[in-house]
Design a protein around this ligand. Structure first.
Ligand SMILES: Nc1ncnc2c1ncn2[C@@H]1O[C@H](COP(=O)(O)OP(=O)(O)OP(=O)(O)O)[C@@H](O)[C@H]1O
Length: 227
């Protein structure tokens, strides 16, 4: 079961945007993966979430994003207690507040890449057309603009990962969760992803990156270790 150690690297001010209190969760009854996790994450913070494989980094990201419900404890996003929301309300809050880069990006095989990147606009109830220029700009900055009209079967694993980053950042979310976002990438592509995540933090987002990569940790402004 993971212990949490929070290592601040830089000073961050402002009201915390992501607050976890006494979070406990496990997949099997009586076997907690996380027990008593407390976190306060502030605007502008880029947090490296580290710890050995299987210690609960992805699980913590899912809990913070409201994709899993904790056994006990609370998560507040911008002051809203996720536990007090019905499923549909939580989904809408997530769509409007969070971007999530999944470890294994799954793209809908029926959609063009551009349409996959536009999905968060649909979930948030916005007309996707308005977001096309931003989606194309993100694809360009991530070096995958030529793939905009391709289908998922026509892109590589590393390209899919960068497309997942574009999708997560589309709506300029206030909170970005990224699960091993550079795992499949060469140095230049990883730097492009980290630049984009840094850019989100400079605009005031909280960015949480689960990673095993020391180069990623070095670019973060704080560190949470699941030991
Ligand atoms: N859907 C699931 N059902 C049952 N057990 C799970 C499930 N997902 C994860 N686990 C278990 O929960 C624990 C934490 O997994 P998690 O994926 O959160 O770890 P992690 O730190 O992100 O690992 P990695 O660095 O390898 O990605 C592991 O023991 C894993 O086997």
């Amino acid at each position: 079961m993971a212990e949490t150690v929070v290592v601040p690297v830089a000073e961050h001010t402002g009201a915390p945007r992501v607050v976890a209190r006494d979070l406990t969760y496990g997949y099997r009854r009586d076997v907690p993966v996380l027990d008593g996790v407390d976190l306060d994450l502030r605007p502008g913070e880029v947090v490296a979430l580290t710890g050995p494989s299987g210690r609960g980094k992805s699980t913590l990201l899912y809990l913070l994003a409201g994709l899993l419900r904790p056994w006990s404890g609370t998560v507040r996003l911008d002051g809203v207690d996720l536990g007090e929301l019905a499923d549909a309300e939580r989904s809408l809050l997530r769509a409007r507040t969070c971007g999530f880069v999944f470890q294994d990006v799954v793209l809908d095989p029926r959609r063009r890449i551009l349409d996959s990147v536009l999905e968060p606009a649909r979930y948030a109830g916005h007309p996707p057309k308005r977001w096309v220029p931003r989606a194309l700009g993100l694809l360009e900055s991530m070096g995958v603009a030529l793939q905009a009209d391709a289908r998922p079967g026509e892109v590589s694993g590393g390209q899919a990962q960068r497309i997942g980053v574009c999708r997560a950042l589309l709506m300029e979310p206030g909170v970005v969760f990224a699960d091993e976002p550079t795992g499949n990438l060469d140095h230049a592509s990883a730097e492009a992803v980290l630049d984009a995540l840094d850019g989100a933090a400079r605009r005031g987002a909280v960015v949480v990156i689960a990673t095993h990569d020391d180069r990623v940790v070095d670019r973060c402004t704080s560190r949470v270790v699941l030991s």
